[in-house]
Design a protein around this ligand. Structure first.
Ligand code: GLY
Length: 366
């Protein structure tokens, strides 16, 4: 027997900037001309965002002399599958895109997750720039390098960690969003308040009307807060070995509800219901004492707080077993101890909860 070692100890610097501002498309193009991330740029977007912003971004790139093409797919979570990625990658190859290109993800969470996944695999990986255009994507999905698609069995079950080169948070892009989409992103922002920042939670309580009216100052304020909170968690634990799990609050049950609804209920409302159920679990397990306050803020935002009628607890508990935090098919939950603080559970930041407690919390969330 012979043995040879492949020494692959590496030092990787994946650092990047999150840029927050308004009307940034021309700046993005100017910056890409300076950085030269690729010889040409694949703008990956969906059918909705294509109509609104893809041509504007493409024109901005053209004005800097940067070759680019728009590749789009039908908007909606149901497109977030491996088949869509393959079709997009094939179209890119057919247009002569190769390892020397870069991907620009322009859109909401479905686009940023899926374009990120394509960038991580296309020709074994090409540079990625995020231009999130929904509040969910600006608050969460575009930051931190999680990419992926849904499978038959659940949400985001196939994907990679792949950090972008830059994330551009253009508040102007939020102005065309319907209010439901703002609510969607506010669910993630409220989550950030619960897991890490009591002041943000209080701010949201006092300024929810301004946010729903898309007041620029309020949107800029929460963009900064979201970036700081999410950025700090990602810097502490980029590959989700422990602390990053706190970002899962509301998502363990929320993802199960999303899947069981056939993705007819959007992410934000599902996370909202998930937070209510998991807050009740926390009430029992960690002594979390702000279930009522959380319910009031979510309701004031116009987010649902009750599990849809007809969705039984047994089905939710079954779906939760496929959550990525599960071990040996046993789900683990990330739970707050108080507003602004999560339980560390001995460095795991997630723990098993007995079925009776989960079932009771699900019943109470009806
Ligand atoms: N969306 C949760 C995370 O980025 O970890």
């Amino acid at each position: 027997m012979k043995q040879q070692r492949i020494n692959l100890e590496r030092k990787i610097d994946d650092s990047y900037d999150l840029v927050i501002g308004t009307d940034l498309l021309l700046r993005i193009a100017e910056n890409l001309r300076q950085k030269q991330l690729g010889t040409k740029y694949a703008i990956i977007t969906d059918s909705n965002v294509r109509r609104l912003y893809a041509d504007k971004l493409s024109d901005a790139l053209n004005s800097e002399g940067l070759r680019n093409d728009i590749f789009y797919f039908r908007a909606g979570e149901r497109s977030k599958r491996l088949g869509t990625c393959e079709a997009l990658a094939d179209r890119m190859s057919a247009e002569g895109y190769g390892r020397d290109c870069a991907v620009i993800a322009l859109g909401g969470g479905v686009v940023t997750d899926m374009a990120g996944f394509i960038a991580s695999g296309f020709n074994r990986g090409v540079p990625l720039v995020m231009v999130p255009s929904s509040l969910v994507a600006q608050a969460d999905a575009s930051i931190g390098g999680k990419t992926g698609v849904d499978t038959e069995h659940g949400k985001n079950l196939f994907g990679t960690f792949y950090q972008p080169k830059k994330v551009w948070l253009d508040i102007a892009l939020l102005q065309t969003l319907p209010v439901e989409e703002i609510r969607n992103g506010l669910a993630e922002t409220i989550k950030h308040g619960v897991i890490a920042d009591k002041e943000l939670f209080e701010y949201l309580n006092s300024n929810i009307e301004g946010l729903l009216a898309k007041t620029e100052a309020d949107l800029l304020h929460i963009a900064e807060k979201n970036c700081v909170i999410k950025g700090n968690v990602v810097m502490a634990d980029p590959d989700e070995k422990g602390m990053r799990r706190i970002l899962n609050f509301g998502h363990t049950i929320g993802h199960a509800i999303e899947k069981l609804s056939g993705y007819k209920i959007s992410h934000g409302p599902c996370v909202s219901i998930g937070m209510m159920a998991e807050a009740r679990i926390a009430q029992k397990v960690t002594g979390f004492d702000s279930v009522r306050r959380l319910e009031e803020l979510l309701a004031k935002t116009g987010l649902p707080v009750k599990i849809p009628s007809g969705m039984c607890s047994e089905a939710i508990m079954e779906a939760v077993k496929l959550d990525k935090k599960s071990k040996d098919h046993r789900p683990r939950y990330c739970l707050p101890t108080r507003i602004g603080h999560m339980s560390e559970f001995k460095g795991e930041y997630a723990d098993y909860v007995n079925d009776k407690t989960v079932k009771k919390a699900l019943q109470a969330a009806r």
